[in-house]
Design a binder for this molecule. Structure first.
Ligand SMILES: [Zn+2]
Length: 185
């Protein structure tokens, strides 16, 4: 079967379905509409006393920069289970999840980030396959110039406010959005 034929079946026509208000990829044969929606990333700001767990990324994008343990939510997985799974996968960390810290909309790349507060059950953490290094940082040790994404900085600052009792409900994107401090490595 040729590639041309494969491309000739399934959703392949951009049009505005009846009752809708934006273009969707649709199948002209059966009317199926291939809706595209944002992906969900879940993660946690994990504390051991006053120290916070960060992971140095061993993979692109932003390889070599520090991030929170976070990743894509899987199908049939709760956000809480996802946060615990990512902490284990990236830092071999076991968590007691706390309350929801923040929900960030990363509209540029169609992503919603859901970030929890968490306590580490054990201080011994070690890099999983997606991390080259993991470390528990005191606030004044955090490598703010080497953070992977703006939302990592937002979450660290929102977690600090929550630790001080300032934020009773989950935070959202700061306004104006705080840009990343770090130049490319
Ligand atoms: Zn079809």
């Amino acid at each position: 079967m040729s590639t041309h034929h494969v491309n000739d079946v399934g959703p392949r026509v951009q049009c505005i379905p009846e009752g809708d208000d934006r273009h969707r990829l649709t199948c002209p044969d059966c009317g199926y509409i291939a809706y595209e929606n944002p992906k969900i990333v879940i993660g946690a700001v994990c504390r051991w006393d006053a120290r916070i767990l960060l992971c140095r990324r061993a993979i692109e994008p932003r390889r070599g920069y520090w991030t929170l343990p976070a990743g894509y939510l899987e199908l049939n997985e709760s956000v809480e289970d996802g946060a615990r799974r990512e902490a284990w996968e990236e830092a071999r960390a076991e968590l007691a999840l706390g309350p929801l810290l923040a929900v960030y909309s990363i509209t540029r790349i169609n992503l919603v980030q859901i970030i929890f507060r968490a306590r580490l059950l054990r201080a011994n953490v070690s890099p999983g396959p997606e991390s080259s290094e993991v470390h528990l940082f005191r606030w004044d040790e955090i490598p703010f110039a080497e953070l992977a994404f703006p939302s990592v900085q937002w979450a660290l600052e929102h977690d600090r406010r929550a630790e001080e009792g300032v934020t009773p409900v989950a935070a959202s994107n700061p306004e104006p959005e705080v840009p990343l401090k770090s130049p490319p490595l």
